[in-house]
Design a protein around this ligand. Structure first.
Ligand code: PA5
Length: 446
């Protein structure tokens, strides 16, 4: 097992009979997922994706990554939400949150089209000056405003820099297999295209070309990533309230939710996990947060945030529980040097591994927070290499589906995301939105 769930730090908050009581509901939700009989069952492709993926496309992804590595100094990944977070999260965890600054023989990677900030886009354009660029534009619908605007800018830049023929070799589009604006444009212009399967929603798409192409460009082993996810799929296949950690995680978080814990705080002691936090927040937030229900997914990185959020977690309103992702082996470690003067009084740590100090910080914090009334679930993860990370991705995806069914919502839609878009289009004067615009302008003037 590359990932295991420890529930002992939640024992004072969740009694064994509560787990026993919810077991039939978890069993039913688990079965609903596998049988495809629940809401949103058209989006269950991720369940078997680690073994049922297109091998021919996988080879093309690897070839495209090799080409980009050899011909570009910078890769621009254009996408938003599920079309970008997974790739960035995996790259930062597998390689480094400082990926662009570390010594490496792979291209720098910048992320565009994930906001509408003109400053952000301008800065990326400045960084690209004088460098060879490739672009991976990722959008299932092909019509999402943020990536579409960024792609306009980069397509124009590439065509001016390399000519139309040169640009087409440097643009890689990941989109729907047959329909949508991006697919039509790619076919017309002759861009290489990769597929986001119909039955895999954005937030579940990291193990498709959406995540795999940028991750491969960053030099990570995507075959090992898929192997880890496939092993997790196998391990969590059958319902088991005692042995299946996916079922146990879904059960504990739902019990805690019903007891008034409305926030789940994902905790890690690795800054490299920061973007995984963001990926996880979208996964659970978009899947559960509907019909006025759902745990609010929040995140912190310790010990950094112990110096900002630690006070609230220890003594503030008791609305949360923590899920701590604890890596057993750090990617790198070093010995703490001795200081003959011992000015900081830390010589008792001389010669000690820094990872031991980090581990002790985790242990001390878990004990303090549980004593302060915050239940803790702990996910022990073997390391930050591809196999364990692929396993971890699948570990989170499956209980997310089960949790949605436990909650009585459709875990695979996101109807609420449309509201801001309609308002924005109306306010920008998109044809067809005239009436709405007048009403919104009136509200703004009030
Ligand atoms: O999970 C989702 O469906 C969303 O986060 C989408 O991935 C996001 O809105 C981007 O959509 P698209 O890939 O169609 O551009």
């Amino acid at each position: 097992m590359a990932v295991s769930l420890l529930t002992k730090y939640a024992a004072d908050f969740v009694a064994p009979h509560e787990v026993e009581a919810i077991a039939p509901q978890v069993a039913a939700a688990h079965a609903t997922l596998h049988q495809g009989t629940g809401l949103g069952s058209g989006y269950l492709g991720w369940l078997d994706l680690p073994i049922h993926y297109d091998r021919e496309e996988f080879a093309r992804i690897q070839q495209a990554a090799d080409w980009i590595q050899q011909n570009a100094q910078v890769l621009i990944v254009i996408g938003i939400g599920g079309s970008y977070l997974g790739a960035r999260a995996a790259i930062e965890l597998l390689r480094s949150p400082q990926y662009n600054c570390i010594k490496k023989n792979t291209p720098d990677i910048y992320y565009a089209g994930n906001s509408i900030s003109p400053t952000h886009l301008s800065e990326i354009l400045e960084i690209c000056e004088g460098k060879d660029i490739a672009v991976n534009v990722i959008s299932k619908s092909g019509t999402t405003t943020e990536p579409a605007l960024a792609f306009r800018v980069f397509r124009d830049l590439l065509e001016k820099k390399y000519g139309k023929e040169g640009a087409k070799k440097r643009i890689f589009a990941t989109t729907d297999k047959a329909k949508g604006t991006l697919k039509e444009l790619s076919d017309r212009e002759g861009y290489a295209t990769f597929v986001i399967p119909d039955d895999v929603g954005g937030r579940y798409s990291v193990l498709t070309a959406v995540g795999l192409l940028p991750i491969a460009v960053a030099g990570a082993d995507i075959a090992a990533l898929m192997e880890g996810a496939a092993a997790a799929r196998e391990a969590y296949m059958d319902f088991d309230m005692e042995k299946n950690d996916v079922d146990r995680y879904a059960a504990y978080r739902n019990i805690l939710y019903r007891k008034g814990r409305s926030t789940e705080l994902l905790v890690s002691y690795e800054p490299a996990f920061t973007m995984m936090n963001e990926w996880w927040k979208q996964l659970f937030g978009e899947s559960e947060g509907k019909d006025n229900k759902g745990l609010f997914p929040a995140s912190v990185v310790f010990s950094t945030d112990l110096h900002s959020m630690g006070q609230f977690i220890q003594e503030g309103s008791r609305v949360m529980f923590e899920t701590v992702v604890q890596f057993k082996e750090p990617r790198k470690d070093f010995f703490i040097p001795d200081d003959p003067e011992n000015l900081d009084g830390l010589n008792f740590l001389s010669g000690q591994n820094m990872s031991i100090v980090n581990r002790r910080a985790f242990e001390g914090t878990v004990l303090a927070h549980t004593q302060g009334g915050v239940p803790n679930l702990v996910l022990e993860v073997k390391d930050t290499h591809e196999f364990a990370v692929g396993w971890l991705i699948y570990f989170f995806e499956k209980p997310c589906g089960i949790s949605g069914y436990l909650l009585g919502v459709n875990p695979f839609n996101q109807p609420g995301v449309e509201s801001y878009k309609k308002n924005m289009f109306a306010l920008l004067g998109k044809p067809g939105y005239e009436e709405m615009r007048a009403a919104l302008e009136a509200r703004l003037q009030k």
